[in-house]
Design a protein around this ligand. Sequence first.
Ligand SMILES: [Zn+2]
Length: 287
Amino acid sequence: MSSKCPTEPADAASRRAAKPAIVYPAGAMAMPDMDVLETARQTMIKISDIVVPPRDARTFRVARGQFFRIVSIDGPQVGDLNLWNAHDLSERFFSGKTRALHATHLTARDRLWSTMPCLRPMATISHDTLGWYGWDADGAGIHDVIGTRCDPYTNLLLGGAAYDFCCHSNLSRALAAELNTAPGAVEHHVHDVLNVFMCTGFTKDTHQYFMKASPVRPGDFIEFFAEIDLLGALSACPGGDCSATHSSDVAMCYPLRIEIFEPDRTTLGTWTWPSPSAYHRNHGTPG
Ligand SMILES: [Zn+2]
């Protein structure tokens, strides 16, 4: 078979003119009751905060029913977020399905879904001070679920040095410290991230993943409502605002702050808590 681009068929234009159908239309799943969350957030009190140093990561624990914020403090900085079920690390954030259910970039009202077989909301975004950004002229948006995380393996593959402070390594070190083990023993738990504050898209001509300077300003935050008990990890990416480079010590980097809040639980009385998927898991075999 030739590796040359094949000649297009005579009916190529009509084939390309097929109408797109949204794979998972909005409205097909129950939407979170944002009025309940808004009432709850008016009552919440900050109970702890954790500073994530630049080019490093920290873990944090959030109980079901609490809120947490990721806050920009000293300067423009992108964060890479991982989430696990605090009681079972095999249930973790499912970036790909979250992208399919919502969009390439997330904002308030969108949910962070967990892996199969549970496939349930782990957290709902309750506030996003960058929600004004929308989509820019390059097609970029904020808080993407299209990237994976910077990592030393890809960096080496592309001819970089063996750089040890990529988000993958930062998250692995933080999780290892949390679990009192070595990074190599837990790095398989590190997964595709929510790219907090990152401004990304796909180029219009070649559909390649691109990044541009994050518009985040000190004081901006994205806030989440925990739907299950969570273990989280956040890396302050070595790319800083990710305007030009990552996977090195070149970019200017800043810390991020994680803030955890406890609301008046009586305000959550009508909240529908997520259960693991009810699918029987026989997968077509006699059950
Ligand atoms: Zn990174």
